[in-house]
Structures are given as C-alpha cells and as structure tokens.
Design a protein around this ligand. Structure first.
Ligand code: SF4
Ligand code: SF4
Length: 277
C-alpha cells in the first residue's frame, strides 16, 4: 500500500501521527487587528504580541499531549478544553483591563448589547478551526441544540459569499435561535468581542439598505483587540504544529465538519481541508 493510501486508511480508523513542533518558535510579528486601530503603535503591537504568546504555548502543549497516543478522538475532545481555557483567558484579560483602565469601565457602561438583539449575527464570522470544532463539539455533545440541518441549509445559501456579499444578503447565523445564540457558552471570540454602544446603529449597519452610511460602528476597541490577540495566538499555535492555521468562516467550517466526518481528522493529519474566508 502506498503512503497516501496508508494515511487515508489510518485517518478513517481515527488514527493520527502525534503532533510536534515543526518550526522555529520566533515571536509573531504579523497579525490582523480591528481596522479602526490602523497601524498599531509599538505599545499596542507589544501588547498584542504578549496576548499571542500567553496562549500560544499552552494550546500547543495541550494538542501535543492529547495527540501522543495517536488517536484523533482524544484531540477533538481536547479542543473543548482548549476553547474553554482560551475564553477564560480572554475574560480574565478584560477583567484586568477593567481594574486598570477607568476609560474602559466607563465605555462598558454604555454598551447597548442585550439578549434578543442579534443584528450582528447576520454576517460572516471569522474563527479559528479550533473555535469551529468547539461549536460542533457543543452540538454533538448536547451542549447546544442540533443545528446541523440549519447549518447545511445556510451554508448552501451563502456558500462562497465574501464578507461584503454576505452583508448584503442578511442571512442569519444558523446558531441563532429565537433571536439568541444557541451556542452562547461556546461562541467564538469574534462574537464575544463585538460590543456596541448603539443597537440602533447596529440595525442600520447590519440590516440597513446602505450599511456604509452607518459605519464605523461605535464598538468597544479593547475587547476586539484582546480577541484579535487570542485569535492570532491560536493561529500561531496551529502553525507551530504544522497544521493548516488559516482562519475560516464559521458557518462554512461547521458545514464542512457536519458533511464530512473525515474533515477534522484530515485537518489533524496536516491536510488543508477548510476553505479560506
Ligand atoms: S453588537 Fe449590536 S447588534 Fe450585536 S448585540 Fe450588540 S447592539 Fe445588538
Ligand atoms: S455563533 Fe452565536 S453569537 Fe456568533 S454569530 Fe452565530 S448566533 Fe451570533
């Protein structure tokens, strides 16, 4: 049997090659930030780098240890723990900022987000593969309702639409049920970090006929900066391990995992399985 067929057979049996570091672990110097920040000052860049490094090694270590027995299922389970730990780190960082930044505290008091307000759940959501896998893990583990039919239907409707085109069609995220996120505990960083000071402007921006007229939205920068650092930390950890590390669109990635039971095992086998957003 050739190497390709051997690998395919192993993946089908839930087996994988243990993960290990495959590259020089230099600090990350290129990362995506919220557009309103523009070119980051040296202080902002250093802050984001510190966030990246804070989670990069723990994620890497967890994935390496979980893969040591060569079982894909064990790594997929570990992704839930990694997700929970990343969210805890994100929340702890925001609490630190609250303690040390009175301006942030004042801005938090003006946030207009509330349960049932979901204009922002009608756009592409950029996530890591780990975050998408965690949402699917919540569905399969019964921690979120089975939204797989909705995921597949939504993905079929918006498949391949870029950010701008998705914005125009205004199709809701398939995890949105009755105006609320049905995977609230497992929702990605990008969803958590969008805190707006005006639901009215969100409505204009996300659902309005002319979204550009309401931009830029009055959103809090600090949560988005922290989320960007932790998303980049996940990307860096995956890159360190030789896994396809690019970000993905949430609905598209969920549909891929739902449709194809080999998607995550093949990704863990270092294949580039998921479409780029
Ligand atoms: S970001 Fe805007 S649309 Fe989303 S919950 Fe907050 S106010 Fe509502
Ligand atoms: S995952 Fe939840 S919070 Fe994020 S877009 Fe979907 S419904 Fe909204």
């Amino acid at each position: 049997m050739g190497e390709g067929r051997r690998r395919k057979a192993a993946v089908a049996q839930g087996l994988m090659r243990p993960l290990g570091v495959t590259r020089d672990l230099a600090p990350v110097t290129r990362f995506a930030l919220p557009p309103e920040i523009g070119q980051p000052t040296p202080d902002v860049a250093a802050y984001v780098q510190s966030l990246i490094e804070r989670i990069r090694r723990p994620i890497r270590t967890r994935l390496i240890q979980a893969s040591a027995q060569g079982e894909t299922g064990r790594v997929v389970e570990e992704i839930e723990a990694i997700g929970a730990e990343t969210i805890a780190a994100y929340e702890a960082e925001l609490q630190t900022r609250e303690r040390n930044d009175p301006d942030f505290v004042t801005k938090l008091q003006t946030v207009d987000c509330r349960r049932g307000c979901a204009f922002c759940c009608h756009v592409n959501v950029t996530v890591s593969v780990l975050e998408a896998a965690r949402v699917m893990g919540a569905i399969r583990g019964g921690r979120a309702p089975d939204r797989i039919p909705a995921i597949l239907a939504t993905a079929a409707g918006i498949g391949g639409l870029d950010t701008e085109a998705r914005h125009k069609v205004k199709v809701a995220c398939p995890m949105l049920v009755g105006g609320a996120c049905s995977t609230y505990e497992s929702r990605p960083l990008g969803c958590r970090a969008l805190l707006s000071q005006s639901a009215e402007l969100c409505e204009h921006y996300f659902l309005g006929l002319d979204p550009a007229a309401a931009a830029p939205l009055p959103t809090l920068v600090t949560p988005r900066l922290v989320a960007a650092g932790f998303l980049s930390g996940q990307v860096a950890a995956l890159q360190d391990l030789g896994l396809a590390s690019h970000v993905v669109e949430l609905t598209a990635a969920l549909a891929r995992i739902a449709r194809d039971p080999t998607a995550l095992p093949r990704w863990l086998d270092r294949q580039d399985v998921f479409e780029r957003p």
